[in-house]
Write a protein that binds this ligand. Structure first.
Ligand SMILES: [Cu+2]
Length: 180
């Protein structure tokens, strides 16, 4: 009697497990459909930049000086091809604080405005204002540090600007970014 009950319980357990097995794939399938729908719906919105044919340009900008009178960018002009993927290294050769520098690429003639805006947002905003005049901005390079940045050069040829937006540096640290 016990044996038969045991077998019945075993069968019942098996059937119940079977039921759950049947339920799970169905639920999974529903989830998969939802996931596919979500991906399909968002696909046209996400633009993945195709950089395979984009020319790549490596540039180096060096910040020098150890006093507010000395500070400068070693290069006063940078060149890039319109639309190129620019890989810019900012080398900070300064030794003492506050020889902290960045480089911000701005629209033509806008370096002062952007630098003053950067000083206003201060450290919490990484000294870079939220502005349509900003094309690209590096992070801050501490004395002795090198920081890297990547951005797409403007499509419009012209004479753009670059500037250090750390407070008080813009007068000494600015230059021209020529897009050919
Ligand atoms: Cu600076």
């Amino acid at each position: 009697m016990n044996k038969i009950l045991g077998i019945w319980l075993f069968c019942l357990a098996f059937l119940t497990a079977g039921c759950f097995e049947k339920t799970d794939p169905a639920g999974g399938a529903t989830n998969e459909i939802d996931a596919d729908t979500a991906v399909a719906a968002s696909a046209p919105i996400v633009e993945i930049a195709d950089t395979t044919l984009q020319p790549v340009q490596q540039l180096t900008l060096t910040a020098i000086g150890n006093t507010l009178e000395e500070i400068a960018y070693k290069e006063d002009t940078l060149y890039a091809q319109a639309g190129a993927l620019v890989k810019l290294s900012l080398v900070n050769e300064g030794i003492d604080m506050p020889m902290v520098h960045n480089v911000v690429i701005t629209k033509p003639g806008k370096y002062k405005e952007v630098a003053l805006g950067g000083a206003e947002v201060g450290a919490p905003g990484n000294y870079v204002p939220e502005s349509p005049e900003v094309i690209a901005a590096s992070t801050m390079a501490l004395p002795g540090q090198t920081v890297e940045m990547e951005f797409t050069a403007p499509a419009e040829p012209g004479s753009y600007d670059f500037v250090c937006t750390y407070p008080g540096h813009w007068k000494k640290m600015n230059g021209v970014f020529i897009i050919k």
